[in-house]
Write a protein that binds this ligand. Structure first.
Ligand code: NAD
Length: 494
């Protein structure tokens, strides 16, 4: 049995926790370990360590910071398989997916290695006689990162490489469901030469989040999770005077226009709907088929679904289990609700038979879904694809724009003009054109609109650098040496 505890000031916390949570292997349904739950006093120790470390780290040279970042990058790269195995054991996603999320996280580390360039300010010479103006960006201090279960390595990596590169110190609060990846990375930071106290990890649930949200030592909150909690974190954190970016839930639509390549669209629907068992904030959940292609598209998706092997993520399956039994049952209840509300169940994931007690649910396809059904209004966060049929592009666009979420979306078409119009008109933060999961590269910023993000900064890219720094503008006047400066042979003015 693994016992996970907090990582504070470069070492494991040895205090006996008052509360712990169980860690499961979702593929077996068995408890494999426990995780310590922090209270306000533990949070205070982590913030104190981060505050003390900030004094030196903010003054460390850009050269020193990039050396540590490059070393960390190499270590994560060398240990990718080990981190992936930890993720699969606690989250359930298949190993290739788990390795993929480490790769996407690494891209942010690589972006942060360019911090000397990213922190360059502006300079205007002679704005008035003898007066120059320039801008600099400075670190905030200790910052908190609170992450969800579905990307235990990648989501914290959206934030901490940039935060640390900018000179901040960090307290990470991973999901209590899969805390091991963050702990592994904490040890890699130490090996990479990051000073103790710059990277800390505390575990737990609402109690630890609440303590971070109001702790006076924490200067900003980067949160990713479900919309109700994201809203709560945003409201509570900003009320306490902190800078907050809180990324929430999603309901991503994929529009298929009548001229689209249906083979490409069907492949995309399978990958984006069922990859990681649909537990991705960029998963496609609603497919909007613009008639007359509805039947042809459904037939292609259905036939591909027969080839998806659902099972233990370490054993060559295509799709793993859901994260908990409670979540599996919740997702299954949406299939029931969809059927009751009038959707056609084309493929029913509840029919799946897998040996053992793992939290499995097979891929599910619902057709003739309408906008009022709960399978459409709610984020399901599981392997359930809904097909909505409409007659025009405008109806399709209106569906996307009327939804409460605006994280990602995709359009499939061969008409560049239609795609161009869609990218302009759609009210969503990340748009794919014949690309189902348009996750921006690290040097762009990740984030949605509407109820998918509270705050005004997206993650990583230049928005990340701005979020983790404060701007300062200096206006300076230096008189010519002739006005009494040191005598270096300049003519004096007397
Ligand atoms: P969650 O909201 O349950 O938990 C997220 C974090 O908040 C965890 O660290 C958890 O411990 C903490 N938390 C849970 N309940 C809390 C409470 N009452 N008060 C304070 N903190 C609390 O989310 P999850 O189930 O771990 O993750 C799935 C959700 O995350 C989905 O809704 C998904 O769309 C979303 N997500 C969004 C993005 C994005 O970029 N927008 C990315 C990944 C995941």
């Amino acid at each position: 049995m693994t016992q996970i505890t907090h990582w504070i000031n470069g070492s494991l916390d040895s205090k006996k926790p008052e509360r712990t949570g169980d860690i499961y292997n979702p593929a077996t349904g068995k408890v494999t370990g426990t995780v310590a739950f922090a209270n306000a006093a533990t949070v205070d120790s982590a913030v104190s360590a981060a505050t003390a470390a900030f004094v030196e780290w903010r003054h460390s040279s850009l050269t020193k910071r990039t050396q540590v970042l490059f070393a960390f990058r190499e270590l994560v790269q060398q240990n990718k398989e080990k981190i992936a195995a930890l993720i699969t054991a606690e989250h359930g996603k298949v190993l290739s997916d788990a390795a993929g999320e480490v790769t996407r996280g690494l891209e942010v580390v690589e972006f942060a290695c360019g911090i000397p360039h990213l922190l360059k300010g502006g300079f205007s010479e002679e704005v008035s006689t003898g007066v120059d103006v320039y801008s600099i960006r400075q670190a905030l201090g200790p910052v908190a990162i609170i992450s969800p279960f579905n990307f235990p390595a990648m989501v914290p990596m959206w934030f901490f490489p940039v935060a640390i590169a900018c000179g901040n110190t960090v307290v990470v609060k991973p999901s209590e469901k899969d805390p091991s990846a963050a702990m592994f990375m904490a040890k890699l930071w130490k090996e990479a030469g990051l000073p103790d106290g710059v990277f800390n990890v505390v575990h737990g649930d609402k109690e630890v989040v609440d303590a971070l949200l109001v702790h006076p030592g924490i200067k900003s909150i980067s949160f990713v999770g479900s919309t109700p909690i994201a809203r709560y974190v945003y409201e509570t954190g900003t009320k306490a005077g902190k800078r907050v970016q809180a990324l929430g839930g999603a309901k991503n639509h994929m529009i298929v226009l009548p001229d689209a390549d249906l083979e490409l669209a069907a492949d995309a629907a399978i990958n984006a709907g069922f990859g990681s068992a649909g537990e991705r904030c960029m998963a496609i959940s609603a497919i909007v088929a613009v008639e007359p292609i509805g039947n042809a598209l459904v037939a292609r998706i259905k036939s591909r679904m027969a080839n998806i092997v659902t099972g233990d993520g370490t054993k060559g399956s295509d799709m793993g289990p859901l994260v908990t039994a409670v979540h599996r049952d919740k997702v299954a209840s949406y299939i029931e609700a969809g059927a009751k509300e009038g959707a056609s169940v084309v493929v029913d994931g509840r029919d799946l038979k897998v040996d053992g007690d793992g939290f499995f649910l097979g891929p599910t396809l619902l057709d003739n879904v309408s906008p009022k059904m709960s399978v459409y209004t709610d984020e399901i966060f599981g392997p359930v694809l809904s097909i909505l049929r409409v007659n025009t592009y405008d109806e399709a666009l209106n569906l996307v724009n009327s939804h409460q979420y605006g994280n990602g979306t995709a359009i499939f078409t061969n008409d560049g003009g239609a795609a161009r119009r869609f990218q302009n008109e759609v009210e969503v933060g990340m748009v794919g054109i014949n690309v189902p999961i348009p996750v921006p590269m690290a040097y762009y910023s990740f984030g949605g609109w509407k109820n998918s993000l509270f705050g005004d900064s997206h993650a990583h890219g230049t928005e990340g650098v701005h979020f983790f720094t404060r701007g300062k503008v200096v206006t300076s006047r230096w008189l010519d040496p002739s006005h009494g400066g040191i005598n270096l042979g300049f003519p004096q003015n007397d």
